[in-house]
Design a protein around this ligand. Structure first.
Ligand code: AOF
Ligand code: ZN
Length: 323
């Protein structure tokens, strides 16, 4: 199971919003074939594993799979059918699939076909590796991360609209990786109007790009703006932030990164819709001319968040707070 987890993990940025899944076929303790879910929309781990097997299956073969095999027609046919058709007689599973389309049904189907099923092997490790996927299904809503870039006096930008880079270049590079991890990048109309952001994940390796969501009542957006390039954009005219997150969660999206101005950020915080807050903080002050991130000063404790990790990036500090 450790090996199956290991081969699943490299596909984190390509498989999302699907989970990372790894599968092996063994015979008398030897691994004969391996397969991983390598790409969103692509073949599942079990199928890749069978395709890699160069051996006739008999009663001594065992399949090892990190996640309960699916039993539904999604973008690919059910893995349970492929497993049953293969004639394999025993399967060891890491974790049950928390996706209600699958949960428990995959195992039942395999057992009904006479396959011996063992599950719960390194289940916590599978869960930890696929944090956003499990969070979404267990909490019935996507995981929400808020990212802010702040001056040392907790300001976001200048009142007069004059734009300044608050954080250093390497902090902004680090943000690209945070974007790459998430399924959605969400922002507001003012940010798109004032900052002309691209808001895609600019990393040096292939990824399944996050979708972009713009919360705005404005209908006539100039689609030639950089924001509308590089990945799918959804403009949502919805004030209720719970409904926004609910809508995205229903679309099989597991994580949302909020990169917006103080108003929208406060809206998410005040509604308890913040599971993680990432702060990139510069040593420079913006002073009187700056707009505060939080009304009434530093508000992190008030929202039930506590420091999880912190380190320096050149002259800035990156701090991660979690619920
Ligand atoms: C498996 N093996 O390798 C993965 C599974 O849209 P689809 O058809 O790709 O199905 C996606 C769902 O299937 C996903 O939400 C999760 O419940 C399960 N993922 N299942 O048997 C795999 N990636
Ligand atoms: Zn499957």
């Amino acid at each position: 199971m450790k090996r199956a987890l290991e081969i699943s993990a490299p596909y984190k940025y390509l498989a999302k919003p699907n989970p990372m899944v790894g599968a092996l076929i063994t015979k008398e303790g030897l691994i004969l074939a391996e397969g991983a879910h390598e790409k969103f929309g692509g073949a599942h781990a079990e199928v890749n594993c069978f395709n890699a097997l160069d051996d006739e299956i008999d009663d001594s073969h065992v399949m090892i799979c990190t996640l309960e095999p699916c039993n539904h027609y999604g973008k690919t046919p059910p893995c349970t059918e492929r497993i049953i058709d293969s004639g394999i007689k025993k399967i060891v599973i890491g974790s049950l699939d928390p996706n209600p389309k699958v949960a428990g049904k995959g195992i039942k189907k395999l057992q009904a076909a006479g396959i011996e099923v063992k599950h719960g092997v390194l289940a916590n490790e599978v869960k930890e590796l696929n944090k956003f996927f499990f969070f979404k299904h267990e909490n019935k809503r996507a995981y929400v991360t808020i990212k802010i870039a702040s001056s040392s006096d907790w300001k976001s930008h200048n009142k007069d609209g004059s734009s300044t880079w608050i954080t250093c270049e390497n902090s902004r590079k680090d943000v690209q990786l945070v974007r790459a991890e998430h399924d959605v990048i969400l922002t507001g109309g003012n940010t798109v109007r004032n900052d002309q952001p691209r808001m895609n994940a600019r990393v040096s390796f292939p990824i399944n790009q996050p979708k972009k969501v713009l919360l705005s009542a404005q209908k006539d957006w100039d689609r030639s703006l950089d924001f509308f390039k590089n990945s799918e954009v959804k403009v949502l005219d919805e004030k209720n932030l719970f409904k926004v997150i609910e809508k995205l969660s229903d679309e099989d999206l597991n994580s949302v990164l909020v990169e917006a101005g103080p108003k929208l950020v406060q809206g998410f915080l005040e509604n308890g819709l913040c599971d993680q807050l990432i702060v990139y903080q510069s040593p420079d002050k913006l002073g009187e001319n700056g707009v505060s991130w939080f009304e009434g000063g530093r508000a992190i404790d008030k929202y039930g968040l506590s420091l999880k990790s912190s380190f320096t990036i050149d002259r800035d500090k990156k701090s991660v707070f979690e619920k």
